[in-house]
Design a protein around this ligand. Structure first.
Ligand code: NAD
Ligand code: UFG
Length: 350
């Protein structure tokens, strides 16, 4: 069985955790990352945690020739494709950068995969493709729509993958739609390391707790939710990483492979939510983090943030049925591991 996996964006937040989970599950990993939003130190730390050097190539997914060299040098079973830019606000200011990086970059990657007949892909999609959902919990057949270039880039890639699966039945393409990834590796050695002031709630809370930021602004307390603040489906990043292992294991069983069973048919386009199925409000998360960190987290209520929705949580049934995967870790675990990472590394990897 072929078990070598190319992990694009593997030096990033979700990628690093997934590399460790893949290694523990017996997969061989090659990381391909341009380090535009990550660092070599993250790669060093993966190597320390797995007890051997990780195979790392510094490169850009838009560089077809470099990708060709990588595919020529390795026999991959498939690709986990994390590489992408992810800041919603920046995507509004720089749409061409986002479409170029996330959409053109993915097209280049898919073209090179086709050239080397590697047709198994797990793609980092997002719950953002559901826009403002009509019903909760959100299942995979819910309508999709996006309002910002980042979300549009994820949706565009999903459409491309759907078209590709229709055009050629030998592709097996699993977009995993992540809900809100938070938390860190239990060792405290790897975690989320935002470049500037964090846009997302959990890193903001943890930087207030550690004293780097003064006060949290809670965007809106008049939503039709349990306490008026936004409700999200926070999922521990190590659970998320296990979801990728489960998706690859599924592909190992169901996707056609040059060296696998000749009789296996391919999977086609198979979108799957990765969430816990549970909603937690902003105020509940602040309370949980305060309890775990034993630090004060001052906050003020502010106006709603443009583009935000009231509530978003997954139906996680499809992942359980097809992949045999479900999230195991609690909000307390997410806060504990975030706090360990933040307090052990107040300046991230720097
Ligand atoms: P991240 O920024 O920490 O990781 C992305 C990695 O991709 C970085 O290491 C970056 O250097 C690399 N990269 C970016 N453009 C590249 C390019 N052109 N070529 C090579 N490498 C490139 O982000 P993350 O939180 O780990 O997210 C991983 C993926 O999951 C992204 O595609 C993101 O859009 C998606 N996603 C993230 C979230 C979230 O809240 N973190 C939610 C839903 C989906
Ligand atoms: N929030 C605050 N204050 C902050 C930051 C966030 O009150 O400083 C609130 C938001 O208003 C929202 C909730 O916390 O109600 C969660 O916000 P995040 O920014 O952490 O997460 P989002 O749900 O807005 O978006 C995240 C990712 C997107 C992804 C989406 C769905 O940032 O990239 O989840 O997966 F598309």
């Amino acid at each position: 069985m072929k078990n070598k996996i190319l992990v694009t964006g593997g030096a990033g937040y979700i990628g690093t955790h997934t590399c460790i989970a893949l290694h523990e599950a017996g997969y061989e990993v090659v990381v391909y990352d341009n380090l535009s939003n990550s660092s070599r130190e993250a790669i060093n730390r993966i190597s320390t945690l797995i007890g051997q050097p990780i195979d790392f190539i510094e490169g850009d997914i838009r560089d077809a020739n470099m990708l060709r060299e990588v595919f020529a040098a390795h026999q991959f079973f498939g690709v986990i494709h994390f590489a992408g830019l992810k800041a919603v606000g920046e995507s509004v200011a720089k749409p061409l950068l986002y479409y170029n990086n996330n959409v053109s970059g993915t097209i280049t990657l898919l073209q090179v995969m086709a050239e080397y007949d590697v047709k198994n892909l797990v793609f980092s999609s997002s719950a953002t493709v559901y826009g403002d959902p009509e019903t909760l919990p959100i299942d995979e057949v819910s309508a999709r729509s996006c309002t910002n270039p980042y979300g549009q880039s994820k949706l565009a890639v999903e459409h491309i993958l759907e078209d590709l699966a229709v055009s050629d039945a030998s592709w097996s393409l699993i977009p995993l739609r992540y809900f809100n990834p938070v938390g860190a590796h239990p060792s405290g050695q790897i975690g989320e390391d935002p470049n500037d002031i964090p846009n997302n709630l959990m890193p903001y809370i943890s930087q207030v707790a550690v004293g780097k930021l003064e006060m949290l602004s809670i965007f809106g307390n008049d939503y039709p939710t349990v306490d008026g603040t936004g409700v999200r489906d926070f999922i521990h990043v190590t659970d998320l990483a296990q979801g990728h292992v489960a998706a690859l294991n599924y592909l190992q069983q169901h996707a056609s492979s040059k060296s696998g069973s000749d009789t296996a048919s391919s999977v086609g386009f198979l979108p799957i939510n990765l969430g816990t199925g549970k909603g937690t409000s902003v105020l509940d998360l602040v309370a949980a983090f305060t309890k775990v960190s034993k630090q004060p987290i001052p906050y003020q209520f502010a106006a709603r943030r443009a583009g935000d929705i009231a509530s978003c949580y997954a139906s996680a049934d499809k992942a359980k049925e097809l992949l045999g995967w479900e999230a195991k870790l609690s909000i307390t675990d997410m806060c504990q591991d975030t706090w360990r990472w933040q307090s052990m590394n107040p300046n991230g990897y720097k």
